[in-house]
Design a protein. Structure first.
Length: 180
């Protein structure tokens, strides 16, 4: 699906592993202040495969068709739980050269549609560092509400960092597998 002219959002496949690794390497400095430290293997195709095919998770990529199909962003749903919970956690990032264009907001809106209409999820959570105002704006634009603070939640850039927690309830209907 196109989320902007020349920017395609699609489900990642193992064939995207090298392009994802290249994007991670290209954005090491851009993501340093918001991402945990990664082992060198993370920056290889082999290191990306488990993140693409991991059980209980799903990954989408943003691809710039006008730039030879390079990966310029990633969205991941992790901890997907069905049954009476029907919930997931959302993580995302955008290439440093593509910020400020509304791409992240458009991608999060599309992933929320997928969560609601295709996956049948009820709740999506996301977290941001307390100083990541850009990500907080994205979540607010997409209808997320702040529901708490997780002190010292992740070890990022040499320190345990607090995260603001957000949630969005997608619908109030019971899941198909649970009787009303």
């Amino acid at each position: 699906m196109l989320i902007a002219p020349d920017i395609e959002m699609r489900r990642a496949t193992v064939d995207d592993a090298q392009a994802l690794a290249d994007a991670q390497v290209r954005n090491i400095d851009h993501l340093r202040s918001t991402e945990p430290h990664r082992d060198p293997e993370f920056y290889t195709a082999e290191g990306q495969v488990p993140r693409i095919v991991g059980e209980g998770s799903a990954t989408w990529v943003l691809v710039d068709r006008s730039a030879g199909g390079i990966v310029v962003g990633r969205l991941t749903l992790s901890g997907i739980v069905m049954g009476p919970l029907c919930s997931t956690s959302l993580g995302y990032w955008i290439d440093g050269e593509y910020t400020g264009r509304g791409l992240t907001t458009a991608a999060v809106e599309e992933i929320l549609r997928i969560c609601r209409d295709e996956l049948g999820l009820h709740r999506v959570e996301a977290g941001t560092l307390t100083d990541n105002l850009a990500s907080q704006r994205v979540l607010a634009k997409c209808g997320f509400e702040r529901f708490g603070l997780s002190p010292k939640y992740l070890y990022i850039n040499g320190d345990w960092r607090d995260h603001i927690r957000f949630e969005l309830l997608l619908h109030g209907n019971p899941p198909p597998s649970v009787p009303k």
